[in-house]
Write a protein that binds this ligand. Sequence first.
Ligand SMILES: C[S@@+](CC[C@H](N)C(=O)[O-])C[C@H]1O[C@@H](n2cnc3c(N)ncnc32)[C@H](O)[C@@H]1O
Length: 206
Amino acid sequence: MLNAPAADRNKEPILSVLRESLDPAKPLQALEISSGTGQHVTHFAQSLRNVVWQPSEYDHQSLASIEAYRAHYRLANVKPAVHLDASLSHEHWGGIEPESLDLVLNINMIHISPMACTEGLFKGAGALLKPQGLLLTYGPYAVNGRITPQSNVDFDQNLRQRNSEWGLRDVVLLRSIAESNSLFLEKMVDMPANNKCLLFRKESVV
Ligand SMILES: C[S@@+](CC[C@H](N)C(=O)[O-])C[C@H]1O[C@@H](n2cnc3c(N)ncnc32)[C@H](O)[C@@H]1O
């Protein structure tokens, strides 16, 4: 069971946003993309019992950690984690049926992976969410070309030095990628530590 201190700090604030956004009375299907250690999915599954969670990861060590969390908490509403590369087409995401999900959740991946992962995330979410389903992303973002505060500017520079394909993405760009996949930004929620939750709703475009 790996431990990410940031996940311990942000899991409760993200859970609050999930609570406000999901119907507690309906059975719901959720896919988490880049589940990391497994701390988030097991935390959310304990509180949101009406949601069946599908965790996923690209990294094999993280997949083993998610399985260790699952074994520890013995949650009936968390499925075994699947290997998922967000940069690949959703047909390679473990056989999830199109328009079968109520929620796609992605925490702290967009800024720390190549742009192809972000494009794949929105394309896959657009295909796999039911109409009116929700894509919730969490992390640090630029807004209208501006990154604030200075600590996020420094973080962005640090990421780009580590890997030229990483860096904070602009909400304007994410919005346009989302819209080409029938996903529309419904809400932007300020979160602790200069992060944000972005909530995209799947609408049918006629
Ligand atoms: C900063 S970690 C965040 C993990 C977790 N969501 C959290 O907040 O603790 C970034 C994650 O992105 C994942 N990742 C990197 N490339 C990926 C890809 N191509 N497809 C899916 N996930 C990827 C990494 O394996 C890692 O778990």
